[in-house]
Ligand binder design. Structure first.
Ligand SMILES: [Zn+2]
Length: 269
């Protein structure tokens, strides 16, 4: 999956001064500054970037920064953030998704929600602080579940309505305030496809910075009637697909894809 990288992700907040060879992510909306050649991604180094930067994290001995005043570059192009899903090296793919999550959070937290003053970067922790009322804002993560509903030798697969991703998906949804992830599983399955489930079992989790998520994967068994009632605003399609009709291949990226492939292989889940 995207987080399975060969070097250690170090996100403790120990800012260092940027050095010439450090990697800088410069985002603008849903794009970022980079170049892609034959599936290989290259991002700018600090020495190639003008303006202020914010320390993000380290992977192995490499430090990553966010450009605070992103500017056009003659050497790099503005590429869609989705480019990160199909480019190598894997470390840069994960770093980019995680940097995008932090960029999104910084973008949405420029002013204090209590008093309206301009927020400042904390010098001590990964947080924004209000100089006027001392309000502290920490990074926002949206927990969500991915659910593989199993019925006999088939799994409930979906396709989203109104989303750029057109591949197979599983039932998914955000955890609401006051509920456990297991309760989210029951509620989302019922809301999206009108089914009841039992034997809910945790599989694996995944940080998914593209949508500011922490995803938690669960498998469960259908409880009772297999008739699907589709929630049409959310899903374009949903049906139980037999194991031997699944043609998805393992992509080493998303939890959804891994869960589909694990079921297809017939592993014990
Ligand atoms: Zn304030």
């Amino acid at each position: 999956m995207i987080q399975d990288i060969p070097k250690t992700f170090r996100n403790e907040y120990t800012p260092v001064d940027p050095q010439g060879d450090d990697i800088v992510f410069a985002f603008q909306g849903h794009t970022f500054l980079a170049k892609e050649k034959d599936g290989l991604l290259i991002c700018p180094m600090y020495k190639e970037i003008q303006g202020r930067v914010q320390y993000l994290f380290a992977i192995g001995s490499t430090h990553y920064f966010l450009a605070l005043d992103p500017q056009k570059s003659t050497k790099y192009d503005w590429l869609s953030v989705r480019t990160l899903r199909h480019t190598q090296p894997k470390t840069l793919q994960f770093a980019g998704a995680t940097a995008y999550h932090l960029y999104t959070w910084y973008q949405k937290n420029q002013y204090c929600g209590c008093c309206g003053a301009k927020l400042e970067h904390s010098l001590h922790e990964r947080a924004m602080v209000c100089p006027k009322c001392k309000n502290i804002i920490y990074p926002t993560i949206a927990p969500a579940v991915i659910v593989g509903v199993i019925y006999k030798d088939s799994i409930c697969m979906t396709r989203y309505a109104n989303r750029p991703y057109k591949g197979h998906a599983l039932i998914a949804g955000f955890c609401e305030i006051g509920e456990t992830p297991e309760q989210t599983v029951i509620r989302e399955v019922h809301e999206e496809v009108g089914l009841k489930v039992k034997n809910i079992r945790y599989y694996k989790s995944q940080p998914w910075g593209f949508d500011s998520n922490l995803l938690m994967g669960f498998f469960c068994d259908l409880d009772g009637d297999p008739t699907i009632t589709l929630q049409e605003e959310e899903l374009a399609k949903a049906r139980f697909i037999p194991r031997d009709e699944i043609n998805d291949t393992y992509q080493d990226l998303s939890l959804t894809n891994e869960m589909i492939c694990v079921f297809k292989k017939g592993d014990k889940i």
